[in-house]
Design a protein around this ligand. Structure first.
Ligand SMILES: [Zn+2]
Ligand SMILES: [Zn+2]
Length: 96
């Protein structure tokens, strides 16, 4: 039976150079997920990269109903009006 004892590690972020904690709990979580690597970036940089990846294909549009700037995950072609999430929900609610 193999048993690994995890200990908190202090790592250095390769993006911003900040030192961050890779806790024993996180290491266990990583191991359970089958990740063999240790994180190269601090949680802030990881979150920023995730957000950038998520928003890469998002387009800024103006909501047809309220004029608020909003982001949609597709390129509007001008065929259908584009609404922000709030208006979309509101209009959907009216329709039913
Ligand atoms: Zn960082
Ligand atoms: Zn709106």
């Amino acid at each position: 039976m193999e048993y690994t004892e995890y200990k908190d590690m202090v790592l250095t972020c390769q993006d911003c150079g900040a030192r961050f904690l890779f806790s024993a709990g996180e290491q266990r979580f990583y191991a359970k997920k089958g990740f063999k690597h240790i994180p190269k970036r601090c949680p802030a940089c990881r979150a920023r990269r995730r957000w950038e990846r998520l928003n890469r294909h998002w387009h800024t549009v103006i909501c047809e109903a309220c004029g608020t700037e909003t982001k949609v995950p597709f390129l509007p072609k001008g065929i259908r009006p584009v609404y922000c999430y709030e208006c979309f929900r509101r209009l959907q609610g009216k329709a039913t």
